[in-house]
Ligand binder design. Structure first.
Ligand code: PLP
Length: 408
C-alpha cells in the first residue's frame, strides 16, 4: 500500500497539483476526463522537441534515424505495458475514439455484413456506441445491447442469450467512465470466442488504473488514450492481434502506409504502418513512452490498491451526506463515484464546487443511454487518481454539505 509520504512524493512529480487558483490549492477530481502529467513526461517532450526533434520513418540523416528509434522504442514500451506478444500489434492513433473507429471502419468493412450482429453494453461511452451504430446502418447489421443491473453490473445471463452464430463482434468497456464498474472482460472474451465472435475492449478507463494483460484476457482489440494515462493528448493506441490486423484493410490512406504506389494501384504496408497514414504525433508518442515508464515505476498493482482504498474512503464520506445518492455500486469498481443530489442539478453542483477549487464533472459523461437507464439527466462525477489524498475527499464532502445547506 502506498504510504502518505509516498503519495506526497508522487504529488511533487506533478506540477499542476501545486498550481494555486485564486490563491487556493487545486483539488483535481476529474481524472476520468484527463489526467495531469508528471515532470518526466513534460521534460521528455521538452528534451525531444528542443534537442532531438526530426520526423520519423523517413530521415536518412542521423537525427531522423534517432527520432525513429525513440518512436519505435515507445511502441515497444506500450506493447510490454499491456502484455502484447509483439510490438507490431501496437498502432498509434489519436485516441481511444479513433482506435474504435478504426476497427469499425476497417474490420467492420471487411468482416461484418447484412444480418450480422454486434454486441455492446448499456454502459458504453458514446465512442463505443456511435461507430457501431453507424456501421450497422451502413451494413444492415444489428446492434444488441447487454442490459445492466441497478447496481451497475452487466447482466451476464442476458449477454449469454445475445451471443449466437451471427455475433461478429463484442465491444465492451473494461471500466465504466460513469459507474466505475469493472467488467469481467476475460469471461466476456471467452464466451464471445466460443461463438466465433471477436472482442474489442475499450480500455480508456482501465489501462491507466489497473494492470492490463492482453494475452491473459485474450481480447482481439484494446483501445485506449494517452491523455487519460498521464501522457499527452492527441495520441492513443489500438492493440490488435497481429494476424487479425494483417487481414484488415487500411482505414485512412496516404503516405507512410504503402509499399508501392503507381497511378493505377497501391500495395499496402504490413501492420502497424498500414494503419498509421501520414506523419504521426511524434512527440506525443515519445511522451506516451515516458508516461508508461512512469506508471511502471510507480507499479500498477500499487496504484490499483491505493486507488481502491481512496474509492472506499470517498464512498464512505459521500454516503453519509443526506440527499446524496451514489449511482454505481458494483463490487468491482474503478475509483469513480457518480452521484445525484436531490436538491441541486449536477451542472450547478460543479460550478459551486469550483468555487472551492474542486474540479469535478457534471453532465451525461458521453453516456446518454446510461443516464436514461438510471433515469437521471446527468450526474456529478468525481474520478480519482493515485495522486489524490483522502483529505481532498473530506474537502469534497464538506463542500457538498455546504452546497446542500445553501441551495438545497
Ligand atoms: N471510452 C471511455 C470509457 C472513455 O471514458 C472515453 C473518454 O472519456 C473514451 C472512450 C474516449 O476517449 P478519447 O476522447 O480520448 O478518444
Amino acid at each position: 500500500m502506498m504510504s502518505p509520504a509516498e503519495i506526497e512524493k508522487i504529488r511533487a512529480d506533478f506540477p499542476m497539483l501545486s498550481a494555486r487558483i485564486n490563491g487556493k490549492p487545486l483539488i483535481y477530481l476529474d481524472n476520468a476526463a484527463t489526467t495531469q502529467k508528471p515532470l518526466a513526461v513534460i521534460e521528455r517532450i521538452r528534451d525531444f522537441e528542443s534537442g532531438q526533434y526530426a520526423t520519423v520513418r523517413r530521415g536518412s540523416y542521423r537525427i531522423g534515424e534517432e527520432a525513429t528509434e525513440m518512436f519505435e522504442d515507445a511502441r515497444g514500451k506500450v506493447a510490454a505495458f499491456i502484455g502484447a506478444r509483439d510490438r507490431r500489434e501496437i498502432i498509434f492513433t489519436s485516441g481511444a475514439t479513433q482506435s474504435i473507429n478504426l476497427v469499425a471502419q476497417s474490420f467492420g468493412k471487411k468482416f461484418i455484413g447484412p444480418g450480422d450482429e454486434i454486441i455492446i453494453s448499456n454502459m458504453e461511452h458514446h465512442s463505443n456506441i456511435v461507430p457501431w451504430q453507424t456501421l450497422c446502418l451502413e451494413k444492415g447489421c444489428a446492434l444488441k445491447v447487454v442490459p445492466i443491473t441497478d447496481s451497475g453490473e452487466l447482466v451476464m445471463e442476458e449477454f449469454e442469450k445475445l451471443l449466437g452464430p451471427r455475433t461478429k463482434l463484442v465491444a465492451v468497456t473494461h471500466s465504466s467512465n460513469v459507474l466505475g464498474t469493472i467488467n469481467p472482460v476475460k469471461e466476456i472474451t471467452r464466451k464471445a470466442h466460443a461463438v466465433g465472435a471477436m472482442v474489442l475492449i475499450d480500455g480508456a478507463q482501465g489501462v491507466p488504473h489497473k494492470k492490463m494483460d492482453v494475452m491473459d484476457i485474450d481480447c482481439d482489440f484494446l483501445a485506449f488514450s494517452g491523455h487519460k494515462m498521464y501522457g499527452p493528448s492527441g495520441v492513443g493506441v489500438l492493440y490488435g492481434k497481429y494476424d487479425i490486423l494483417d487481414a484488415m484493410p487500411p482505414y485512412v490512406t496516404g503516405g507512410d502506409m504503402i509499399n508501392t504506389v503507381t497511378m493505377e494501384r497501391t500495395t499496402f504496408a504490413k501492420p502497424p504502418a498500414r494503419f498509421e497514414a501520414g506523419t504521426p504525433p511524434i512527440s506525443q508518442v515519445i511522451g506516451l513512452g515516458a508516461a508508461v515508464d512512469y506508471l511502471s515505476g510507480a507499479g500498477m498493482e500499487k496504484i490499483f490498491e491505493y486507488e481502491t482504498s481512496l474509492l472506499e474512503y470517498g464512498t464512505r464520506a459521500l454516503s453519509k451526506i443526506d440527499g446524496l445518492r451514489i449511482i454505481g455500486a458494483a463490487p468491482r469498481k474503478a475509483a469513480i463515484i457518480s452521484f445525484w443530489l436531490d436538491a441541486v442539478h449536477p451542472h450547478d453542483v460543479v460550478t459551486l464546487l469550483d468555487q472551492d477549487n474542486i474540479a469535478a464533472r457534471g453532465g451525461h459523461h458521453c453516456a446518454q443511454p446510461l443516464m436514461q437507464r438510471f433515469n437521471v439527466p446527468a450526474t456529478t462525477r468525481v474520478s480519482l487518481s493515485f495522486y489524490n489524498r483522502p483529505e481532498e475527499l473530506d474537502m469534497l464532502a464538506e463542500s457538498l454539505r455546504k452546497i446542500i445547506k445553501v441551495f438545497g
